[in-house]
Design a protein around this ligand. Structure first.
Ligand SMILES: Nc1ncnc2c1ncn2[C@@H]1O[C@H](COP(=O)(O)OP(=O)(O)O)[C@@H](O)[C@H]1O
Ligand SMILES: Cc1cn([C@H]2C[C@H](O)[C@@H](COP(=O)(O)O)O2)c(=O)[nH]c1=O
Ligand SMILES: [Zn+2]
Length: 213
């Protein structure tokens, strides 16, 4: 993965998008901070953003579960990132799953403008569903890194974030008080309680057997 701005023959530099994704505790924030610190060491201009709603560990800093921290600007919307990125060479964005789909266009515009854009976020929610806008960002990114935590039940690589409370709704902020990473085998997605799930097909006894491929 290129770390230095690439200079084009006609003068300007070419930008790109890097996505860092995975479950909670997989090391996304640590990896984001590591890449941004290296860019600072290379004397590149770095701007870091996070959604203002993420106040878990700090109002202003991007903070990992291990208390590794980097100063950031909290924003209320993805559009604000465009306004505030200014002349940065490198733009870091944490907790990308809390922005709306506008973030995809914002990242594209920043990269088209010659900036290196590094986005970190959850690829799945507590139900195991793709967490927008992460899938769309992964599709348009030049580089995608998927990280794994360690399953809190069995120690295997963990791909899921298990919510430990009965709270419903996609957005419920928390850390180890509310979530733990789990592997595919140990993950137990909560049952959906929407009315559509009440109209589920008949029980297995009367359902037709699936055909073998
Ligand atoms: N079950 C776990 N698996 C991996 N790391 C864990 C686990 N529980 C706690 N940690 C800690 O979380 C750190 C990663 O934190 P962080 O970068 O904030 O992750 P993320 O941003 O993906 O939630 C690890 O370096 C480790 O110290
Ligand atoms: C799975 C899931 C998580 N969240 C929240 C919980 C935390 O506040 C963040 C994830 O932080 P991390 O840096 O990746 O540890 O997201 C949520 O709101 N909804 C979910 O489904
Ligand atoms: Zn497991």
């Amino acid at each position: 993965m290129p770390m230095e701005p690439l200079i084009l023959r006609h003068g300007g530099s070419v930008g790109w998008i890097e996505v860092i994704c995975g479950s909670m505790f997989s090391g996304k924030t640590e990896e984001l901070i590591r890449r941004l610190r290296r860019a600072q060491i290379a004397r590149q201009r770095v701007e870091v953003f996070k959604p203002r709603m993420d106040r878990r560990y700090s109002e202003t800093d991007v903070v990992s579960h291990d208390e590794n921290a980097l100063r950031s600007t909290p924003v209320d919307s993805a559009e604000q990132i465009l306004l505030l990125a200014g002349s940065a060479d490198v733009v870091g964005i944490d907790e990308a799953q809390f922005f709306d789909m506008t973030l995809v266009d914002v990242c594209q515009q920043l990269a088209n403008d010659g900036k290196r854009v590094i986005v970190a976020g959850l690829d799945q929610d507590y139900m195991g569903r793709p967490f927008e806008p992460m899938p769309q960002l992964m599709a348009v990114a030049e580089y995608v890194t998927k990280l794994h935590a360690i399953c809190a039940v069995c120690g295997a690589p963990a791909n899921h974030s298990q919510r430990l409370t009965d709270e419903e709704g996609r957005v419920v902020l928390g850390a180890a008080d509310r979530y733990e990473p789990r592997c595919r085998r140990c993950f137990q997605p909560p049952r959906p309680t929407s009315t559509s799930s009440l109209k589920a097909p008949a029980p297995a006894a009367t359902a037709p057997r699936p055909e073998l491929p």
